[in-house]
Design a protein. Structure first.
Length: 222
């Protein structure tokens, strides 16, 4: 499959994979069958595979310029992706009852919210920053459609998740969320949790740099 058909198919399957598995009664059934960690792991693997296919398909779509290419804009992903990796590592490595993706074993301490002081949704913020940086660096129509979607989807999801968590947690919500924010630069200190998360994030960034050309087909370096 080539051209717009492959891009449309990849985009459709990616959207379906992010709508159906999180809806009741599908999500409770999957969690009951595979456990919460198994569900998150499986969901992440499927999402990553479809995301890679979607990005590759966007690169194969006919080129129609929307944003004029500029050498400076190509530095955006290289500069922003270390922060994206750090947000992803922090979001996955801690317990987070206020959003999704938190796989930490320890209980969440509302008096020491860490990165949740910056945002209750570190994985979604990572997606927004990733998409914005790549949108400017890839200005053809297919990539503009792709990365605009990845900006709008997590922005909307932040509000929807907050509403759902408030409803589910009830009286626990104000206690758990008191030192957190949907998004606030006042919590930027939560981005420095210690040496090991920073080293893991650096390793993830290095891995992405090394795999970008052989997997995506384009060098990430300007």
């Amino acid at each position: 499959m080539t051209g717009w058909f492959e891009f449309s198919a990849a985009l459709t399957l990616f959207l379906i994979s992010h709508v159906i598995p999180v809806r009741p009664p599908v999500r409770p059934w999957l969690v009951g069958r595979f456990g919460l960690r198994g569900y998150i792991l499986g969901y992440s693997v499927v999402s990553l595979g479809l995301l890679i296919w979607l990005i590759v398909a966007a690169g194969r779509a006919p080129y129609l310029a929307v944003i004029p290419p500029h050498e400076v804009l190509r530095w955006g992903p290289v500069i922003v992706m270390p922060l994206v990796c750090l947000l992803a590592v922090l979001g996955l490595s801690m317990a987070n009852p206020l959003s999704f993706g938190g796989m930490g074993k320890g209980p969440f301490d509302p008096d020491r919210p860490g990165v949740l002081a910056l945002t209750r949704h570190p994985l979604l913020l990572a997606m927004i920053l990733w998409a914005l940086a790549h949108l400017l660096a890839n200005g053809d129509l297919a990539h503009v459609i792709l990365f605009t979607l990845f900006v709008l989807f997590p922005v909307l999801s932040m509000r929807l998740i907050d509403r759902r968590k408030q409803r589910l947690l009830g009286a626990e919500w104000p206690v758990l969320a008191k030192n957190t924010a949907c998004l606030s630069v006042r919590g930027i200190g939560g981005l420095w949790p210690g040496l090991w998360p920073a080293l893991v994030a650096a390793g993830v960034f290095g891995t992405l740099l090394g795999l970008h050309a052989p997997v995506i087909g384009v060098s990430p370096l300007p």
